[in-house]
Design a protein around this ligand. Structure first.
Ligand SMILES: C[S@@+](CC[C@H](N)C(=O)[O-])C[C@H]1O[C@@H](n2cnc3c(N)ncnc32)[C@H](O)[C@@H]1O
Length: 278
């Protein structure tokens, strides 16, 4: 357990609500077309063009995947030659990930843990710590998150994150939205924002019982400073005009699984990627 109850579902009702929703989504998502588990079983690589292009030299490297959901990306890094460990706080997500690894014969380790508690449940260090798409908003405290990353990085190891850009989270994402209109806070001191949604990002029409979630905003300066203060050295910070899911209802699919703003909209960054070393 983490020493800070505010960072644990047992001491923070917002996190308890989020965990209940993730337990449900971990069983729903493997059935959705967007996750295409059948395709993955047949050999599809679930990783997206940005991280495949930018996170190179993984063969034989130990890779720790934080907040891995039910493991498709973790297992894809294993197929590319990495020695992988995936971590998620959802028992259902970890059970599905372990079953998929066993079914597909992919060598992988999965650990059920709150990311903040991980130093208490996992030892060792890793060549690469990886995390991606839809992770930071669930974390109330990025300074302690960055400390966990630093704990698990071997000297000279690499941390890589690819995530929706803090700018992209600002805009109205209600079903009828047709253009960029600021609706959410940018800075992290705003406290958690409550959303009640039908379905999930992977299946908007699914009947979901746990509809409520709480998310924390984090500006780009807060993200980079947390990593820098934890002793990491930023090698690059790239901003991208595409995302692998339809964050805003008026985004259009480009043809390679990536979504962009339609022509005529002011260009804003939709994703960022950062590589840092210890
Ligand atoms: C949006 S998903 C990540 C999606 C992943 N990139 C994918 O496409 O499969 C976020 C994951 O973070 C996990 N999560 C949220 N808060 C966490 C925490 N404090 N510790 C560990 N896992 C957490 C959730 O259970 C969920 O599986």
């Amino acid at each position: 357990m983490t020493s800070d109850p505010h960072l644990n579902p047992s001491g923070n009702p917002h996190l308890a609500t989020n965990l209940a929703r993730w337990e449900e989504l971990a069983l729903l998502h493997p059935e959705t077309a967007s996750y295409d588990v059948a395709g993955f079983r047949a050999g599809r690589n679930a990783l997206k063009p940005i991280e495949i292009r930018e996170l190179t030299d993984v063969v034989g490297r130990s890779l720790l995947h934080l907040m891995c959901h039910f493991g498709l990306d973790t297992l894809s890094w294993a197929r590319m030659g990495a020695r992988v460990t995936g971590v998620d706080w959802s028992a259902n997500a970890i059970a599905v990930a372990r079953a998929l690894a066993a079914d597909t014969g992919i060598d992988a380790r999965f650990v059920q843990s709150n990311v903040y508690d991980l130093p208490a449940s996992l030892g060792g260090t890793f060549d690469i710590v990886f995390t991606s798409y839809g992770v930071l908003g669930w974390l109330p405290d990025l300074r302690q998150w960055a400390e966990v990353i630093a704990t698990f990085l071997a000297p000279g190891g690499r941390f890589y994150i690819v995530e929706a850009h803090p700018i992209a989270w600002l805009f109205d994402d209600a079903p009828g939205a047709t253009e960029l209109r600021v609706a959410y806070p940018y800075f992290g001191d705003a406290g958690p924002v409550r959303t009640d949604s039908d379905g999930s990002y992977a299946d908007r029409s699914a009947a979901v019982v746990n509809r409520t979630e709480y998310c924390w905003s984090h500006g780009l300066g807060e993200i980079v400073t947390a990593l820098s203060d934890a002793g990491l050295h930023v090698q690059f910070l790239h901003e991208h005009r595409e995302l692998p899911w339809q964050l805003l209802p008026f985004m259009t699919e480009r043809g390679d699984g990536m979504w962009t703003l339609p022509g005529g909209q002011i260009a804003v960054p939709l994703a960022f990627s950062l590589l840092a070393t210890r």
